[in-house]
Design a protein around this ligand. Structure first.
Ligand SMILES: [Zn+2]
Length: 80
């Protein structure tokens, strides 16, 4: 029997992916941070996290410090 995986929508490309393949983030005050179990979270897919254009769009959308945001994504991608 095949269990269907829960899917979530990536906020950048708006396509659905299995939840366990997505990066889960949240907004803490003004900063986007890794989701820690509290507050409202959102998801970003690996492809978008690696896509410079999409990342730039998110930096603007959430008014993030670009360097810090890119560093955060890189760390998350390296985590596997
Ligand atoms: Zn995406």
């Amino acid at each position: 029997m095949k269990k269907s995986q829960p899917t979530r929508m990536c906020i950048a490309c708006r396509s659905r992916h299995p939840q366990n393949t997505l990066i889960r983030l949240k907004l803490s005050g003004k900063d986007v941070v890794v989701y820690d179990g509290q507050g409202r979270s959102f998801y970003l897919c690996d492809d978008c996290a690696k896509n410079e254009k999409k990342v730039k769009g998110l930096v603007k959308r959430f008014k993030q410090d670009k360097e810090r945001f890119i560093k955060l994504l890189k760390e998350l991608l390296n985590d596997g």
